[in-house]
Design a protein around this ligand. Sequence first.
Ligand code: 8ID
Ligand code: ZN
Length: 350
Amino acid sequence: SLPKEQWAQVVEKTGGPVVYKKIPVPKPGPDEVLVNIKYSGVCHTDLHAMQGDWPLATKLPLVGGHEGAGVVVARGELVDDVEIGDHAGVKWLNGSCLHCDFCMQSDEPLCPKPLLSGYTVDGTFQEYCIAKAAHIARIPKNLPLDAIAPVLCAGITVYKGLKESGAKPGQWVAIVGAGGGLGSLAQQYAKAMGIRIIAIDTGDDKKEMCLNSLGAEHFIDFATSKNVVKDVQAATPDGLGPHAVILVAVNEKPFQQAAEYVRPRGTVICIGLPAGAYLRAPVFESVIKMISIKGSYVGNRKDSAEAIDFFARGLIKAPFKVVGLSELGMVYDKMHKGQIAGRYVLDTTK
Ligand code: 8ID
Ligand code: ZN
């Protein structure tokens, strides 16, 4: 039997703070499951949501979180392909209509009526979370639920972004924001895909992590480099720049720089979502270099399953620190200051 109450981190008003308190355990609807979240990663999106950074309102009060890994403990009467006891992941895309033009083409992140975990519906910063059965990620039982949690948003998103970039084995990708949550996973996926890495971020901790454990061949410190554009181009053997750029920084500047250093015919993939930021690229160089600039937004169910499968095959090892759910406020402080190398993962029992 399930408890009636549970611990959760609740945003009561836009701007925060998060309040650690007891709230009722929700009941799943007919097409939903209830997942006992064991671990949840903390994504910068959760901080954007609390701060009200984006032109899309959140529900209030809000339980954030969308990298939740746990165990299915209840299901609605229409759910017959998920068993109680199965391991499942609650992703950013909590649900979608499944019958619009986009859902029918497996572009369900583009559904005009999405349910977003930790944004428009309560997310994974609680012990028991609801998700649409059709959209939960299936997690093999032999995988550790703490390490897999960051894959459920960061991993899926960067894997999809790398695919969208068209970068091929042996080619070069610049990962901008390489020392953060998405950036550290992006390096591991790129490495597993045979793509060579130029990491861009700042600080000795992140430099050491990128070069010694994540697979980067070059690290460029954006805070100390005298000319990021020249340094990025010089990092490729012929000096013509990387074939792709994956932008996961929470800062406008690199979104206005990437088009300058990407290789002719190259692709700039925008993933990070700094508040109020604009893309900028010189028309002349963009035309004569034939560059592409694209957005990339999470991934579909198949991308999710593939991203988990890379992890299951032992190809993805990104650093993470586990702290209690009660410590989310501390994690947000560090994230706001750009002081997190890798990902924080919350243990919902603490
Ligand atoms: O589907 C999507 N598009 C999607 C999915 C998930 C997350 C988008 N996101 C967005 C988040 O909302 C956030 O805006 O991706 C962004 C990155 O999320 P994160 O990886 O969770 O953030 P982080 O761990 O704080 O890492 C950000 C890194 O960027 C570096 C920081 O030092 C940090 O390591 N950075 C910054 I701020 N400015 C930089 C710069 N100019 C920079 N790195 C290089 N150059
Ligand atoms: Zn996320």
